[in-house]
Write a protein that binds this ligand. Sequence first.
Ligand code: NDP
Ligand code: 8X3
Length: 248
Amino acid sequence: MTKTVLITGATSGFGRAAARRFCDEGWNVIGTGRRAERLEELKSELGSKFHGLVFDIADEKATAEALNSLPDTFRPIDVLVNNAGLALGTAPAQETKLQDWHQMIDTNIKGLVTITHHLLPKLIEQKGMIINLASIAAHYPYPGGNVYGGTKAFVHQFSYGLRSDLHGTGVRVTAIEPGMAESEFTLVRTGGSQEASDKLYDGAKPLTPEDIAEQIFWVATLPPHVNINTLEAMPVSQSWAPFQVHRG
Ligand code: NDP
Ligand code: 8X3
């Protein structure tokens, strides 16, 4: 029986690479995002195994309408990959825009829990799986990480809470927690600065979207008695630095 995965944020980065990976392996893939033209491109590339759903994940009504519009061939869903998300800004908390904070919370937290809540009954029927994209930012604070790190800490802890509640249902839950990976992430974070994005990744050999897609696919295809709780990976070039100390 062909399995179906729904990947939020499939118009770019990890989500797009994962959509390609699952389709290549014969899965049915539902890919979501706000940019319709990107989903149309993926549809042309991947063919009938791919179904695009255009909606803003922060919009509860649009999310429900999109899911209700799914054709029968893309139901039921076996795996939900909660990948859509963003960081906005790198400024210290006291210099940020409140609107940016709200958008990160609405997307990374409210959007993620809304689609999860909507799909949970069916995922339980399927003994399915939820794979959430958290981040190293969930655990290791850095200057300018403020609300972004907070949203990813939520995603980490929500994943663990889901595991507890879903105990005995057979539904598996994993938080994937990457470090620095090159995608459109920094372009979005900096309001479109290609220069800032290139500078961040220059010479660092960051993780690639394909690296993360491989992790997602691996987690999704493990035997049904295995649950990876957290999968944290960084590029070799990235590690920790000492605490900062202010003297004065
Ligand atoms: P990209 O910016 O390349 O992709 C983000 C995806 O999220 C896009 O497909 C975008 O689609 C979608 N998205 C954002 N906002 C919304 C929205 N309101 N409604 C629907 N879709 C939305 O970033 P990455 O691939 O790097 O990031 C994917 C996930 O991984 C994110 O949750 C990110 O926080 C996390 N992550 C990223 C890391 C990195 O270093 N890159 C490291 C650790 C975690 P569209 O714009 O078309 O709506
Ligand atoms: C993205 C990784 O370190 O830029 O979640 O926050 S980081």
